[in-house]
Design a protein around this ligand. Structure first.
Ligand SMILES: Nc1ncnc2c1ncn2[C@@H]1O[C@H](COP(=O)(O)OP(=O)(O)O)[C@@H](O)[C@H]1O
Ligand SMILES: [Mg+2]
Length: 226
């Protein structure tokens, strides 16, 4: 059974610029090299999906049969999780047949990375899927994003930290200590996109730093505020 077409990934192009996370990208790759199921966890808006997609994009050349994103955020029915994977990897459900068997047959010999994005509302179904696929497909790895761990044997949970942000307790001077932080950089990028010409200056720098610090470096909040 064929796995998808000639393309070796289905990762979306980024719609907005990506800021920082160099250390996290390296750490996630390292963690994924040592496990077959890595779950990026953390609160909503922590940046799990963006981080996973960055890592996945970098790893496309490392997987002979590609890197495949299964976007689960909009899926309401847990029973549809295996079908969502099958669709992405190009496995047809045999009429009256066993979808699991088809998945195992197609993916069993493949060396691929499956990215299960936004598992939080389908944790049990994703856990079952991960456990079954990992058992049946020796060269398959899974990178999941979920507020909560899947709680599958062999899973490594990697907590996504907030963006680096100004430390108000340490005082805002000198500015060179915080203008380069990831949170401030994200704020400035989003503000400049909304308001062409926006840049940090002597008047807005301290308020921007305070906003980023109060938002605890949470990317979603800074995205909306910036
Ligand atoms: N490193 C980053 N650079 C730029 N924008 C980011 C970054 N991380 C997250 N964001 C933005 O913050 C918001 C939340 O990120 P997302 O990855 O969807 O969080 P989660 O998956 O944890 O809910 C999104 O709009 C995303 O584009
Ligand atoms: Mg997400």
């Amino acid at each position: 059974m064929a796995v998808a077409a000639a393309r070796s990934d289905n990762l979306p192009h980024e719609l907005t610029s990506f800021v920082g996370r160099e250390r996290e990208i390296a750490a996630v790759k390292q963690a994924l090299s040592a496990t077959r199921l890595l779950t990026l966890s953390g609160v909503g808006g922590a940046g799990k999906t963006r981080l996973a997609l960055r890592v996945a994009g970098d790893l496309v050349p490392a997987y002979a049969d590609g890197v495949w994103l299964v976007e689960l955020g909009a899926l309401a029915d847990p029973a549809q999780v295996p079908r969502a994977v099958a669709e992405v990897v190009g496995v047809r459900e045999p009429p009256g047949g066993d979808l699991w068997a088809s998945l195992f047959e197609a993916l069993g010999p493949r060396r691929l990375l499956l990215v299960l994005d936004n598992c939080e509302h389908l944790v049990m179904a994703c856990a079952t899927l991960a456990a079954r696929l990992l058992r049946a497909c020796p060269d398959l790895k899974i990178l999941a994003t979920s507020r909560e761990a899947l709680d599958v044997s062999g899973e490594v949970v990697w907590r996504v930290p907030p963006l680096g942000a100004p430390d108000l307790a340490a005082g805002l001077l000198p500015p060179e200590r915080w203008t380069g932080t990831e949170a401030v950089r994200l704020f400035v990028e989003r503000a400049a996109a909304a308001l062409p010409g926006f840049a940090l200056d002597a008047r807005n720098a301290a308020p921007v730093a305070r906003v980023c610090a109060r938002l605890d470096g949470l990317p979603l909040a800074i995205d909306l505020d910036g």
